[in-house]
Design a protein around this ligand. Structure first.
Ligand SMILES: [Zn+2]
Length: 295
């Protein structure tokens, strides 16, 4: 399992969350067979979603992040619950691109800049809250920072890192940091935080050097008194079931539902988040179509 911690300065002016998301990203890589750059893009979005999920405060709530920038990956989607457990997928998981001149994976180009980052919070009561912003870089962390600034007016620092082993892309190291300046922070505190951030190494470098997520939060909040608010054990988790797949099928037209059956009279539907396969007989498809269109 991976871990998230959330910390707050003792005067309540700054909140920081840090995650080691290595297992989550390795699991996503395995399920979806993602290329290096797709692993980095999906992994960063999952890492961000997991931290944002852990901040939802209401049990059973969920957050969905969708970034679609016109790049070769297509849409990248991540969903997290209020415990930080998450799942996701990318439209085109096998896209490969040349590295950037600095040797880094070109996530920005793979995602593209021509489109939106959408954030949907669902508290399970009526309509979900939806916000969206134009993509700034496609590098994902910057886009989440921009989302908080534009859509929620919360000054935020977001850092997300996914390191993919060049020889064996199933080997990854991943983590993230999300810092929010809360109402009541004064300029001296903001200046101190900015100085700390500017001196920090990338999250994956800190994890690779053996730092814990507690160490990472302490480094970000150097010079502040801070306490740990809570800790979450998090993982890649899907909540699919045959009933959920049925509900998704029911949104199709009757003739399309019935045409899914093959010559043997069966249809298979695969969960796009975990690749679990569900089988439906012709009779079941007929029942779904009838129930859906008799309303
Ligand atoms: Zn699933």
């Amino acid at each position: 399992m991976d871990r998230i911690i959330r910390c707050i300065t003792s005067n309540g002016s700054i909140m920081a969350a840090a995650i080691d998301s290595t297992y989550i990203v390795a699991t996503a890589q395995q399920i979806h067979g993602t290329s290096a750059v797709a692993t980095a893009a999906l992994g960063r979005l999952l890492t961000g979603a997991s931290m944002m999920g852990s901040m939802l405060k209401k049990k059973g709530a969920s957050i969905t992040l969708k970034i679609k920038g016109g790049g070769p990956l297509g849409a990248v989607i991540a969903i997290a619950d209020s415990d930080g457990n998450c799942r996701g997928y990318v439209d085109n998981p096998t896209v490969e691109l040349p590295l950037k001149p600095n040797g880094k994976l070109d996530v920005g180009k793979a995602v593209g800049k021509d489109g939106l980052l959408g954030v949907m919070r669902d508290f399970g009561e009526g309509r979900p809250y939806v916000g969206q912003v134009e993509i700034t870089s496609g590098e994902i962390a910057e886009d989440i920072t921009n989302y908080y600034a534009v859509s929620e007016q919360i000054p935020t620092v977001c850092a997300l890192g996914v390191l993919v082993d060049k020889a064996d892309i199933s080997k990854v190291l991943a983590g993230g940091l999300l810092i929010q300046i809360l109402p009541g922070a004064d300029q001296a505190e903001i200046d101190k935080l900015e100085k700390n951030i500017s001196e920090m190494e990338p999250v994956t470098s800190m994890l690779a050097s053996g730092m814990s997520i507690e160490d990472i939060c302490k480094t970000a909040l150097k010079g502040f008194e801070m306490e740990i608010l809570d800790e979450f054990k998090v993982g890649y988790a899907c909540n699919c079931s045959k009933e959920r797949v049925e509900r998704a099928l029911a949104t199709l037209k009757s003739e399309d539902i019935l045409s899914l059956a093959d010559e043997k009279g069966f249809a298979e539907a695969k969960c796009q988040y975990c690749n679990h396969t569900y089988q439906f007989s012709k009779q079941e498809l007929k029942a779904i179509a009838e129930a859906a269109h008799s309303k």
